[in-house]
Design a protein around this ligand. Structure first.
Ligand code: ARG
Length: 595
């Protein structure tokens, strides 16, 4: 048994696993050996706790009527934990006994990780995300990659994978020659400020403007264009003065990005930065390797890779250009060196590129080339994780009123303002500092949740009013749900925590539904790790919050009938609170204890 399987078996404590084992055991008794080992096909159900249609699926092969087969399975199942009845043409309705459900609560609550296993153990996942460009401000286009990439990094790490975050900064290329030349010719422009985070942000916003000015002069003034080109050569050949300015540009930009990462609460740090320039020393070698293997071939003065199945609208194959006809290397060459490095040196088993959907063809060509070169082999999975566009109120890609790009920092300010309006009305008894913290957490959380809860490949409209709404599937709703539970728990005399529930008490239907929902957490997280779709976790937390509300509305906690019943319900509040906080944390969203 390999390590991965092992972790799964020892950690599996969800009620569903229990039911699956019961059905599997019955299958072994009732079915011939070749059919007995299959998937017991257990699902959650509205009619019972769970349902299985395994009898319907296997009846034909077993040469029995589905209903009669279901009947035999049901008889074989009735045991201490799970009872089965047959319904319809041969469905098994499966009900877990109350005591067994309470037992799961005890097992899971006594574990720091709430009994959630580490099925991703042994995987080494490189996650390429955020990747803004040096000397430019982060804008709305960097929002999704940053937020989605971070949530995936958190979930995979929690499930036991070794996660290597890689920020593939755009820190190399001809544009730097242009900008450095421009700065050199305009010493009167003070772009460098004091070395603090706040100043770095305004420095980068200045640089962004200067870059535009440089671009304009480059287009209008051929003499300047020539000087800018020689500056590119100087940069690439390691001219010390040019490199020094370049380093300052990178440093200032990194400060500004970090300020935004900290504000967003994403895990990226400067240590995760491996910008395009990192791969500069390896480009020649990579291209030689591809040429020697006959994978890169000369074409119109350039070196290109062609693919049988990638044909342009004109019927000609579309090239991946690894060396341009002026001898320069571009984005593609860098990504080839990058993937080779991630496999050979970082020893990735899985590489996730959280990059917008428009780069799909680029990655298809990079992966195909890496496969042909023998870098990307069996046992390594390279995945482009695309996402849709953030739209403005007009339903078109989000732009400022004048048609410019929307700065990320402004967007966050607006969301925090929106959250302030909604929360200040409700917050009673929070001191100013706490209120301010809560408003930040809610505003930032709202933006992140709105992004993550949308199915990844869909576009969505950036609508602050909807994002900060107190009801519906929003981050603010979940943060309130969590804070409300904490406030109930604060009212427990002595704030006592319940270590163990009394497993002999009968379950109220809403208690049962809540526990079964709590029990789904590991399955959902595993799904997120496999499908790379964080919206599944959002949907789960929303359903969990609803199950909790239903429980709370029908089951008095502090005024329960007996002390034992009260303790069991306090435990369910604690368990739900911990699950919500864990889930929000894995989405990168804060769960303040008071709101
Ligand atoms: N900096 C690039 C951009 O802004 C994204 C880089 C994505 N990662 C990669 N390995 N190509 O479009």
């Amino acid at each position: 048994m390999d390590e991965k399987e092992d972790a799964r078996v020892t950690d599996a404590v969800a009620t569903k696993n229990l039911v699956e084992s019961a059905v599997s055991a019955a299958m072994t008794q009732v079915l011939p050996a070749d059919l007995a080992g299959g998937d017991p096909l257990v699902r959650r159900s509205d009619h019972a706790d769970f349902q299985s249609n395994v009898a319907l699926a296997l009846a034909k092969q077993a040469r029995r009527s589905p209903r009669e087969l279901a009947q035999s399975l049901a008889e074989a199942i009735n045991d201490q934990t799970v009872s089965a009845t047959v319904s319809g043409p041969g469905f098994l309705n499966l009900r877990v006994r109350d005591g067994a459900i309470w037992d799961r609560v005890n097992d899971r609550m006594s574990d720091e990780r709430l009994g959630i296993g580490t099925p991703a153990t042994g995987e080494r996942v490189v996650i390429d995300y955020s990747a803004p460009n040096i000397a430019k401000e982060m804008h709305v286009g960097h929002l999704r990659t940053t937020i989605i990439g971070d949530a995936l990094a958190r979930v995979l790490d929690f499930l036991g994978a070794e996660v290597v975050r890689q920020n593939h900064l755009g820190d190399w290329g001809t544009q730097f020659g242009m900008l450095i030349q421009y700065l050199d010719e305009h010493p009167e422009l003070p772009w460098r400020q004091q070395d603090t985070l706040v100043d770095a942000t305004s420095t980068v916003s200045t640089l962004d403007g200067l870059y535009r000015a440089a671009r304009a002069q480059f287009d209008a003034d051929t003499a300047f264009a020539d000087r800018a080109r020689s500056r590119v050569v100087a940069l690439q050949s390691g001219d010390l003065d040019t490199l020094a300015v370049w380093r300052d540009l990178v440093g200032e930009s990194q400060h500004a990005f970090q300020a935004l990462y900290d504000r967003l609460g994403v895990l990226l740090t400067p240590a995760d930065s491996a910008g395009e320039s990192t791969y500069n020393p390896y480009l020649g070698d990579v291209v030689d390797e591809l040429t020697a293997a006959g994978i890169a071939v000369p074409s119109e003065g350039a070196l290109c890779v062609f693919f049988e199945d990638i044909i342009g609208p004109d019927g000609d194959p579309v090239p991946l250009i690894v060396r341009k006809n002026d001898g320069g290397f571009g984005y593609a060459a860098t990504d080839l060196a990058t993937i080779r490095y991630r496999i050979r040196d970082l020893k990735a088993t899985r590489i996730l590129y959280v990059v917008d959907a428009r780069q799909a063809l680029h990655f298809r060509m990079i992966f195909a080339t890496a496969r042909r070169a023998g870098w990307l082999t069996h046992g390594v999975d390279a995945v482009h994780v695309p996402f849709g566009t953030v739209l403005g109120p007009d339903g078109r890609p989000f732009k400022t009123r004048s048609g410019g790009t929307v700065r990320l920092s402004e967007l966050l300010d607006a969301a925090v303002d929106g959250a302030r309006t909604v929360i200040a009305e409700k917050a009673h008894g929070l001191d100013a500092a706490t209120l301010d913290h809560v408003v930040q957490a809610a505003g930032i959380g709202a933006v992140k949740y709105a992004d993550l809860s949308t199915s990844r490949t869909k576009d969505y409209t950036f609508d602050i009013g909807r994002m900060v709404a107190l009801s519906g599937n929003t981050g603010v709703y979940l943060q309130y749900a969590h804070a409300r539970i904490q406030s109930i728990l604060r009212k427990v005399p002595g704030s006592k925590t319940v270590g163990q529930v009394d497993a002999t008490l009968p379950l109220h239907p809403t208690e049962r539904a809540l526990i079964l929902s709590l029990d789904e957490c590991e399955e959902i997280l595993t799904e997120v790790a496999t499908t790379l779709e964080p919206h599944r976790l959002c949907g789960y937390l929303f359903e969990l919050a609803k199950a909790y509300t239903e429980f709370y509305e029908s089951c008095p906690v502090l005024r329960a009938d007996t002390p034992a019943q009260r303790d069991n319900r306090i435990a369910l509040c604690q368990f739900t609170g911990r699950t919500l906080a864990t889930g929000l944390n894995l989405l990168g969203i804060e769960a303040p204890p008071r709101m």
